[in-house]
Design a binder for this molecule. Structure first.
Ligand SMILES: [Zn+2]
Length: 239
């Protein structure tokens, strides 16, 4: 039952994340407002806002004007619940679960803003950091230890940003500092290492097959997200 609930709630949450990620960077309001059709701007009915089901029943088309909806809706509404349920299943400790799900949700949000706008909104970074701090304090971690993990992460990623400013953005550094505070510096270092490894591998192949040129600016959060997932899978022994 826990897994079913996790799946359903994270599917609803995924569509919220998607709306937030496409509206927040443009400074549009996304809370307390009615969702509208992407094409004819008509207000969506409650039924059309049900994630996954509405997409499947309407066969990926809008109800009002029959336009084809972007496949990314389905991908987001499917990927996030699958990942959440997976981690809830493999992570036994309840307080770890919450922290991991929060990190997963925020990284997912930044993944979308980085892919869509090459942008990591500071407001969301601040909210992410505050929630992580509160959760860490609530689980009884001494403040000095949180401060130590934060300081290590801050100095290390600050330095990396200072040296490699071209390929590594300030937003990426901020996210890694928060991950270091949430999961410990060592964990964040592994995530960073795995992110770099996957970036090298994927970009290397893309370059080889001439899919990209070096001049193009490449979002790094997708690789951070990949690093985070690989780290968690290795950690929780889900393989
Ligand atoms: Zn429409």
């Amino acid at each position: 039952m826990l897994y079913l609930n996790t799946f359903i709630f994270s599917a609803i949450f995924a569509s919220f994340i998607q709306v937030a990620a496409t509206h927040l960077p443009l400074r549009q309001t996304f809370m307390f407002r009615f969702s509208r059709c992407d094409f004819c701007q008509r207000r969506l009915t409650f039924f059309e806002m049900i994630p996954l089901l509405s997409f499947i029943i309407l066969r990926g088309k809008t109800w009002c004007c029959g336009q084809k909806l972007s496949r990314s809706y389905l991908a987001v509404e499917l990927l996030f619940p699958i990942l959440s349920t997976f981690f809830v299943y493999f992570e036994r400790s309840a307080s770890n679960r919450i922290l991991l799900l929060i990190c997963l949700a925020f990284l997912f949000f930044f993944l979308l803003t980085d892919l869509t706008y090459l942008h990591i909104p500071d407001v969301a970074v601040l909210v992410f950091f505050s929630i992580v701090l509160l959760l860490r304090l609530r689980e009884g971690t001494p403040f000095s230890s949180i401060l130590w993990q934060f300081s290590c992460s801050f100095s290390f990623y600050g330095l990396i940003y200072y040296i490699f400013r071209k390929g590594f953005g300030m937003g990426d550094a901020k996210l890694l500092i928060i991950l270091g505070t949430a999961l410990g510096f060592k964990a964040s270092y592994w995530i960073f290492f795995l992110a770099l490894a996957s970036a090298n591998l994927i970009l290397g192949f893309a370059f080889l097959f001439k899919k990209i040129t070096w001049k193009k600016k490449i979002p790094f959060v997708p690789f951070l997200f990949t690093g985070f997932l690989i780290y968690l899978i290795l950690q929780t022994g889900g393989v």
